[in-house]
Design a binder for this molecule. Structure first.
Ligand code: ATP
Ligand code: MG
Length: 409
């Protein structure tokens, strides 16, 4: 293959000063981490990274780069020396086209030069290269308005870069740049997508999962681990911490003490209380979850108010305005969908009340909560959290949770 580099462009360049420096150094670190183990080498300039391919499989490099947030796009490029007669550029252009473009194709050349002392203007460069290439490659026809292929040429001081395609990157901000949040991760479709979108916007995540075995099955804990393995490829160092919260005692106490129609509301208030305390414990700045307006009774705006009122920690809901199809599309893209749809119960799917309150009030919630000593149960759950770190290849034995391995009661 003729390509010798991959040109990586950073995302949001509206950032200035210190923020921009931090952004760039984070993207560079992420790229280094993802390409670890390959023979690639990096060259870093103020606005881009050049990855030298060094004989590695380009598909593998591109796949790994697609997991880096903060990259807007990348291109396979040919780098040659810039010479004033453009001889090497012309030859490289013809070789690139012969290798990559087959059959009759509408074509144009687009040039940029950052070295303004170069004797020709961008337009003149395009014209000269184009007429040379057309003489050599008879399958090309110029069409500047509707080209099927465009040869991009960038002259930068001593080096010139030639390429045909821009591959879209993940976009957003480098994960970690915005600080850390705790993702409430169920076994469902929405929360892994919420976690991915938060990471994409720069929020590093640790996950919190409420498990109620044996009210729920051990498989739901396994599902969480499998989901995190998929999400870890987007995380710094390819790993994510998961905090398993023992939720059974609190769950049973509320089932015993709270009227059925308020079960879900109070259960979710407890989850929010515990997650807020865990934010303190683990120095996280926000809660992230997979709530989406109107999806179920607990996600009407009225419910959200009543549930949210137990905490002052900001709650980020990346999929709040997405419909299910939009969420599913992303979950397929990040490869969590097939795991999420496995039919195991988690603590939200058992004991679903027949008619949950769609407009639960804060006053009634507070009243029902007075009927049992939830505060000590909340503290106990926080104290007994079990934390594991999961990476893309983790093969974790669930016995660390000390759960009773049996099916749903
Ligand atoms: P998902 O929303 O992820 O598809 P779900 O639909 O089963 O799962 P909901 O009942 O819609 O979950 O709950 C809304 C959000 O609450 C979830 O997206 C998740 O962030 C959080 N959540 C629910 N159950 C749990 C749990 N057992 N552990 C941690 N977070 C949970
Ligand atoms: Mg949901």
């Amino acid at each position: 293959m003729i390509y010798n580099k991959i040109l990586v462009r950073f995302g949001d360049l509206t950032l200035k000063g210190r923020n921009r420096k931090m952004f760039v150094s984070r993207v560079v670190n992420l790229v280094k981490e993802k390409l670890d183990g390959l023979k690639t080498t990096l060259e870093i300039t103020h606005d881009r990274i050049y990855v030298a391919i060094n004989g590695e499989d380009t598909n593998e490099i591109i796949k790994r780069l697609s997991y880096v947030s903060g990259i807007s796009s990348y291109s396979l490029v040919v780098r040659v020396n810039t010479t004033s007669d453009m001889k090497e550029i012309k030859e490289a252009a013809v070789n690139l086209i012969n290798e990559q473009i087959k059959g009759d194709v509408k074509f144009k050349v687009e040039s940029k030069r950052s070295d303004k002392t170069f004797p020709l203007t961008s337009l003149e460069i395009s014209k000269e290269i184009s007429s040379y290439v057309l003489k050599q490659c008879h399958n090309l026809h110029v069409d500047v308005h509707n080209p099927e292929e465009t040869l991009y040429i960038e002259l930068r001081n001593k080096d010139t870069y030639l390429y045909l395609k821009d591959i879209k990157g993940m976009g957003g901000f480098p994960v970690g740049v915005a600080g850390k949040g705790l993702l409430m991760l169920s076994g469902g479709i929405d929360s892994p997508v919420a976690g991915y979108l938060a990471m994409k916007q720069g929020v590093e995540i640790e996950c919190v999962h409420f498990e109620s075995t044996p009210l729920t099955s051990i498989e739901s804990a396994q599902k969480v681990i499998d989901l995190v393995k998929k999400m870890a490829k987007y995380a710094p160092k390819n790993r994510i911490k998961v905090h398993f919260v023992p939720f059974k005692e609190l769950h049973m106490a509320l089932l015993d003490n709270v009227p059925e129609s308020y079960n879900i509301t109070i259960m979710r208030r407890m989850m929010y209380r515990i997650t807020s305390k865990l934010c303190d414990k683990f120095n996280a700045l926000c809660i992230v979850n997979g709530e989406s307006v109107g999806q179920v009774a607990s996600q009407t705006l009225g419910s959200m108010n009543t549930i949210n009122s137990v905490t002052n920690v900001p709650v980020i809901r990346p999929v709040v305005t997405y419909d299910k199809n939009e969420i599913i599309k992303i979950s397929r893209m990040i490869d969590t969908y097939d795991i999420s749809i496995k039919p195991f119960e988690d603590c939200c799917t058992v004991y679903v009340p027949k008619s949950p309150a769609t407009a639960p009030t804060i006053e009634k919630s507070v009243l029902f909560e007075k009927s049992f000593d939830y505060e000590s149960l909340v503290d106990l759950a926080v104290e007994n959290v079990k934390t594991v770190t999961i990476d893309v290849n983790s093969d974790l034995d669930l016995s660390f949770l000390g759960l009773e391995v049996r099916n749903v009661l």
